[in-house]
Design a protein around this ligand. Sequence first.
Ligand code: GCW
Length: 680
Amino acid sequence: ITNTREREGYIKALSPWQVEGEAATADFIRQELTAALGAMLGVEAGPVGDYTHNSLAHPVARLLVATPEESAVIRSLALGDALTRVGQEGYLIKTTRYRDKPITIVTANTHAGLLYGTFKLLQLLQTGQAVSNLAIESAPATKLRVLNHWDNLDRYVERGYAGESIWNWHKLPHYKSQRYYDYARANASIGINGVVLNNVNADPLILTPQYLVKVKALADIFRPYGIKVYLSVKFSSPNLIGGLPTSDPLDKNVQAWWQAKANEIYSLIPDFGGFLVKANSEGQPGPGDFGRSHAQGANMLADALAPHGGNVMWRAFVYNVEANVERSKQAYNEFKPLDGTFRQNVLVQVKNGPIDFQPREPFSPLFGAMPKTPLMMEFQITQEYLGFSTHLVYLGPLYEEVLKADTYAKGAGSTVAKVVDGSLYGHGITGMAGVANIGSDRNWTGHIFGQANWYVFGQLAWNPEVSTKQIADDWIRMTLTRDDKAVNTIRAMMMASRETAVNYMTPLGLHHIMGWGHHYGPAPWIGEQKPDWMREDWTSVYYHSANATGLGKDRTASGSNVIAQYHAPLRQAYSDPKTTPTELLLWFHHLPWHYELANGNSLWHELVARYYLGAQAVAEMAKTWDGLEANIPPQLFKQVQMALAIQTQEAAWWRDACVLYFQSYSKQSLPEGFAKPKHS
Ligand code: GCW
């Protein structure tokens, strides 16, 4: 903090500081404060007179961090029932008086709460806010705030664009990389309290004793940061590594195998979080292989974990050709009938949209369809379909759009956020998962702005109602610059960046027209000459359905009738292009090229206009960034500048490829004012 007055104000309010308590977490909090207050204010962890552990004797500390259990001073303060209100993981930051002297306290019922409160206080300093009269009470809205790593045991990260996996399985359990600690600190600073270490396309070896000791080493490192470890498990593990002839969930030996495995895990990791399962999807084994339902599979695992307090996160991303149903309908079809049949410790984890982490999708109709089951949100933080770690796309607005969407399940106001945080149906167990964008790259996420997506995910899991614009503002101030003008410029850039990506990739509800397999760059033509081995839903033409008459996927009653999976009034609204939001038009409808939109443009005209707008906006973003050189640390500035140059080129590539491709169907010339695409 370079502003002297500001710094002096902070020093006056917060120094000297004191953390009471002997636990490992208290030590970590001391380390954080030493590092942060040292760097920002130039203060050291001072000797604070005769103010000793659990003593009421004349403290001179201005900032005190402690639980009431460990601090007689905290116990002596009149805090009312504030601590009851903040629960297990929440915290209180308060300016008050102790023995007639001003004091700032950070307090909580648990060490995890203290840690979260401490990071919040540091955030206030980093973002330049006043700390002289604080009264903050905060508690997380969801219980399980979890990162999903799609990391393989050989350190390849599926859909990872930031280098190899940060888990060095080879050197674990003995070699404890500093990265693991920094990872835990970063997560704790945004309230994340769980990590699934391995890919949902799971390797059964993770459950062998050789790997479990490595998992234990990580769990031991993460524990003081309030983070639990979870594992993705392969459903056929009893057969693959247990030597059993079957993995049928109703088989007694299979059940006993999982119980023994759970006991073994908990003997090593007493607070193990539980299992994440991808079953009967994209070739993964599952209960369906034995004629059993998802509930039967999930419940078997849940029964093995229940005595130890563990949870099952069972994914609803089911996608297989046998189902022979339009892809976006399958999860709802399979899971809705199972509502009410899952054990108490099962959460069904649902991707935000019904297809697959597209730049824009409507919310998954499952969020309005399973009142008796806790539904966990699954967002993708890694940008599989949004330009990898090359494109600058702030995902806050995407997440916010989904969370604010109204399912109408219990009438107006039944938002996805309220389903996920449990308030709509009164579920005790709740959660949000984010597919991590973290790797061993020096800056963690490949693109520095990818860090903002990790950050905003954590903030929303803590409070799904929070404004992602405000979060962007905080992140910029903490990461890039505190110059108000520059902050405003960057924030505007970030807030517009997702809509811009939608425009140059998949405007008007188009989806899944990315390159086959890798999902980078445009390929709306995939499937034009469909080889025999290629499934229809692996083609792009399946999704955009372009032909001589028009464009878009008919999901109304005359098509796959997905709209029936939504509640009234959405069902009605989506049945008619006139009442369907323009942003989702081609998701739900196949419309003639000359179809007239509300703004008077034809579909063809609007499509072209949006692609051009998107590409243009990226070019402008690059120019805007160029103007910020004075405000940004040089290396960061340069990295983002180079990435934006690539994004500018690639947005034009998307525009040209898609406009030229769709033009081969529309047979119309470009509307006036649009330059002919350069690429061919
Ligand atoms: O988005 C798709 C990805 C797969 C992924 C799958 C899933 C882990 O292309 O790479 O597999 O979803 O979510 O299971």
